[in-house]
Design a protein around this ligand. Structure first.
Ligand code: ATP
Ligand code: MG
Length: 229
C-alpha cells in the first residue's frame, strides 16, 4: 500500500538577497496514515519551507512528492488549492480566528470554503463534533476575545479537523502558549491521528516532539531520524 506522504529527494532553493540558497537539499520523508512525526531543527533550518512544500503552497525545484501514491510534485495552483482544502488541515503559531465570529462560526468557515454550503443541520453537527474532539464544545458560542490562548488554538485545530483532512500540518502551534496549555494543544493534535490522520508537527519543544511517533531533525537541508535515547 502506498504511504500517505512520500517525499523523495526534495530540493528547494530560495532567492536570497545576494544569491540563491538551497534550503532543502534532498529531503526524504515517509508518513503513513495515523502516524505522527515531529520536525525539529534550529531557526532558519527550513522547517517552515518544508511544511509549505508539504501543504503545496510551494513546489519543489526537484524531487517527487507522492500523496497517497499520486504524484503531486508539480500540480498547477488550481489543483493545489483544491487538494489543500480537501486533504489538508493547517495549524499555525498564530490562531487566525475571526474576532467577530463565535468559536462555532469560525470552525464553520472551513466548511463554507471547501464544499459549498452543507445543509444547516449537518453543518452544525460537524462543527460541534470537531469542537468536541478538542474538548471545547461547551465554548461553541464564545467569541475569541472570551477564550484563552489555548482555547483559541483548539478552535483553530477544530477548524483544521472539521473537513476530516488526511494530513494535519502544524507549524509551532504552541509557540504562543505556556507549557501547560501547550500540552493540551499537542494532545488535541495527537488525538487526530487516532482516526488515521497523519500529523507533521514542527516544534522547538522537546517534550512535545517526544509525544510524536518519530522525531526528525532538519539540518543542512536534509532530514535525519533522531534515534531515541
Ligand atoms: N521567501 C523567502 N525568500 C528567501 N529566503 C527565504 C524565504 N523564506 C524563508 N527564507 C529563508 O530560508 C531559510 C529557512 O526559513 P524557514 O522559515 O523555512 O526556517 P525555519 O526552520 O522555519 O525557522 P524558524 O524556526 O525560525 O521558524 C531562512 O534562512 C530564511 O531566511
Ligand atoms: Mg518556521
Amino acid at each position: 500500500m502506498s504511504a500517505l506522504i512520500e517525499l523523495s529527494g526534495i530540493v528547494k532553493t530560495l532567492k536570497g538577497q545576494d544569491q540563491p540558497r538551497t534550503i532543502l537539499g534532498g529531503v526524504d520523508l515517509r508518513v503513513e496514515p495515523g502516524e505522527s512525526v515531529a520536525i525539529v531543527g534550529r531557526s532558519g533550518s527550513g522547517k517552515s519551507t518544508l511544511l509549505s512544500v508539504l501543504g503545496i503552497f510551494d513546489r519543489p525545484d526537484s524531487g517527487t512528492y507522492l500523496l497517497s501514491g499520486r504524484d503531486i510534485s508539480r500540480v498547477p495552483e488550481r489543483r493545489a488549492a483544491r487538494l489543500r482544502s480537501a486533504e489538508f488541515g493547517f495549524v499555525f503559531q498564530r490562531f487566525f480566528l475571526l474576532k467577530h465570529l463565535t468559536a462555532a462560526q469560525n470552525v464553520a468557515m472551513a466548511l463554507v470554503n471547501g464544499q459549498g454550503w452543507l445543509p444547516r443541520r449537518e453543518r452544525r453537527a460537524r462543527v460541534l463534533a470537531a469542537l468536541d474532539r478538542v474538548g471545547i464544545a461547551h465554548l461553541a458560542k464564545n467569541r475569541p476575545t472570551k477564550l484563552s490562548g489555548g482555547e483559541q488554538q483548539r478552535v483553530a485545530i477544530a477548524r483544521a479537523l472539521v473537513r476530516e483532512p488526511r494530513v494535519l500540518l502544524a507549524d509551532e502551534p504552541t509557540g504562543a502558549l505556556d507549557a501547560e496549555t501547550g500540552t493540551l494543544v499537542i494532545e488535541a493534535l495527537h488525538d487526530a491521528t487516532n482516526r488515521g490522520c497523519g500529523l507533521v508537527l514542527v516544534t522547538h519543544d522537546r517534550d512535545h516532539a517526544a509525544r510524536m511517533g518519530r522525531i526528525l531533525d532538519l539540518a543542512d537541508g536534509v532530514l535525519t531520524e533522531r534515534v531515541p535515547v
